[in-house]
Design a protein around this ligand. Structure first.
Ligand code: 5GP
Length: 212
């Protein structure tokens, strides 16, 4: 058996959750991390100010725009995007370290970021979270009670252009019920982990043990 095959077993998988604002992707992301504590999250860097209760290095690394630009110049990001006036990026080194250590990694990023990750790491599994209709998305955005009419319209039109990029994604989960949508994402992760290409080392080990 080649070393390459043995090592393939050890490499983790990268899962991305994305979708429009109001789709419930943040809630699903947090639930997956609770249900699958063995999965690692990537802590993003952002130029936005911390919200009450957010902790540096846990929720985000909070940086000034100048510091952020230095990180871009240093090639430190796997992907970076501007989302509603603020910059967000995924630091590259920790992600590849976790994958190399055999850990499965979960991202929650916007669709611009998904495109960049897929270009650099095509094995990433991208899951699009979407309410079952734009009407329901609109109701949810209005129901938050925090968005201005202009912000609702901007987010709805962003959602349409995001959905039009469906080709970037491997899976879509319609979130009309948060428990069911979370279960769907769990099924996707579990099925991906059972793919032949993710188990070559394991298969080879069994085949080799049979020879003895
Ligand atoms: P928030 O400011 O509410 O925490 O996040 C706003 C948006 O930024 C969310 O849609 C979230 O998915 C996205 N986001 C968070 N971290 C990253 C990141 O590292 N890269 C990209 N591209 N988007 C991110």
């Amino acid at each position: 058996m080649s070393n390459k095959k043995t090592n393939e077993k050890l490499k983790g998988s990268l899962f991305i959750i994305s979708g429009p604002s109001g789709a419930g992707k943040g809630t699903i992301y947090n639930r997956i991390l609770e249900l699958k504590p063995e999965m690692k999250k990537s802590v993003s860097v952002t130029t936005r100010a911390p919200r009450p209760g957010e902790i540096e290095g846990v929720h985000y690394y909070f940086r000034t725009l100048e510091q952020y630009q230095e990180m871009i110049a240093g090639g430190e990001f796997l992907e970076t995007a501007q989302v509603y006036k603020n910059c967000y990026g995924t630091p590259k080194a920790p992600v590849f370290r976790m994958l190399d250590e055999g850990c499965d990694v979960l991202f929650e990023i916007d669709t611009l970021g998904v495109k960049q990750v897929k270009a650099r790491y095509p094995e990433a599994v991208a899951i699009f979270i979407m309410p079952p209709s734009f009407e329901i998305l609109e109701q949810r955005l209005r129901g938050r009670g925090t968005e201005s009419e202009e912000s609702i319209q901007r987010r709805l039109s962003a959602a349409k252009s995001e959905l039009m990029k469906y080709n970037l994604f491997d899976y879509i989960v319609f979130n009309d019920d948060i428990d069911k949508a979370t279960a769907d994402v769990v099924s996707i992760i579990d099925a991906e982990k059972r793919r032949i290409k993710n188990n070559l080392g394991e298969i080879q080990l069994i085949l080799d043990s049979k020879k003895q």
